[in-house]
Write a protein that binds this ligand. Structure first.
Ligand code: AMP
Ligand code: MG
Length: 325
């Protein structure tokens, strides 16, 4: 399949209308979209990404009025979150309507719904004239794409079109809140923070990342995500690098990302010192891909304080380092 590259959201939307898949930018990461109500098109997302079929997609809308096409029995908590935050990098898990195909929800009676705030994403979804089902536009198991080049690297020849644009603003996937459980729960941390959510819904809980014998409520919890090929080590601060006894060979093939500059730069193949937690979040997945391209064997990531966006960043770092087990 030839993958068409375009900057025109209307041209990209024509592929969706024909039942094809299109990668498009949002404020979080690039998504791989298809018409939510077209089961065959939704199946193409799973095929292109090699995504396990038990990993649900997010329905993206461009207008709050479209919520009722997708979800029903929307409770007061969900309404409050929608009113306060939408459009936002925030996905709410709601009860799905019968017409939403189970292929998109991985067999669940619930559906994640998000209205992005990024104008080009909204223009694209509007032009599709249907809700757009979309996970991140990467091959399953690879870091999420934050540039169109990363999408191309993973999916060229496997999808119909890429709507090309700048690097995404936030760089981490949306916050996911389950509004169908008794108390609302955060299934995935993101740039809409626990603190911001608590200010509106004080009873909101952080989901227990691993719940024995419960089917994964959110696929981010079940599958190894966000991971480069290299081994990832989390370090307390940049100076721990120098203190660590690592074989010379490994040092030369290692890379570092963090907020503070490490003392001994000379031995690092790639070093990315970030200006802020926001910058760290925006750059992380691109950095992981650059490390893979440079055949880096070991990556050192500086830990950050787990508050605000730092909590979302640390969730991704722990998964990449496989500290989530
Ligand atoms: P991705 O953007 O690739 O991570 O894929 C979509 C994400 O949406 C998943 O990782 C889940 O966290 C979330 N999601 C979508 N639908 C549901 C649902 N019905 N229940 C729980 N989580 C969901
Ligand atoms: Mg993903």
């Amino acid at each position: 399949m030839q993958t068409v590259l375009t900057r025109d959201p209307r041209e990209a939307a024509r592929f969706i209308k024909r039942g094809e898949t299109v990668a498009f930018p949002t404020e979080t990461v690039y998504g791989l979209g298809a018409n939510l109500f077209d089961e065959a098109a939704v199946a193409k997302i799973f095929a292109a990404k090699q995504r396990p079929p038990d990993n649900p997609l997010i329905a993206h809308i461009s207008d709050l009025r479209d919520l009722d096409l997708i979800a029903e029995n929307i409770n007061a908590t969900a309404r409050k979150l929608i009113e306060t935050f939408f459009p936002a990098p925030l996905t709410l898990v709601l009860h799905k309507r019968a017409r939403v195909p189970f292929a998109a929800t991985a067999g669940l009676e619930t559906i994640g719904v998000r209205m992005p705030r990024y104008e080009l994403a909204l223009e694209f979804i509007r032009a599709c004239r249907a809700p757009v089902a979309a996970p991140s536009a990467n091959l399953s198991g690879r870091p999420s794409p934050t540039t169109w080049q990363a999408v191309k690297e993973d999916l060229e020849g496997r999808i119909a079109c890429i709507l090309i644009d700048e690097q995404t603003e936030i760089g981490l996937e949306s916050t996911v809140v389950d509004c169908t459980s008794e108390a609302p729960r955060i299934l995935r941390a993101g740039s809409v923070t626990l603190e911001q959510l608590r200010a509106v819904v004080p009873e909101i809980q952080l989901a227990n990342i691993k719940i024995e014998n419960e089917p994964a409520r959110s696929p981010g919890m079940k599958y190894r995500h966000y991971a480069p090929r290299a081994r990832v080590h989390l370090i307390k601060d940049a100076n721990e690098l120098a203190a660590r006894e690592i074989a010379t060979r490994e040092q030369i093939e290692s890379a570092y990302i963090g907020l503070r500059e490490p003392k001994d730069l000379s031995r690092l193949k790639i070093c990315r010192v970030c200006a802020s937690v926001e910058d760290y979040a925006r750059e992380l997945f691109r950095f992981f891909r650059a490390c893979d391209a440079a055949d880096v064997q070991t990556i050192f990531c500086e830990r950050v304080e787990e508050k605000g966006l730092g909590a979302a960043l640390m969730e991704r770092l722990r998964k990449a380092a496989d500290e989530s087990e």
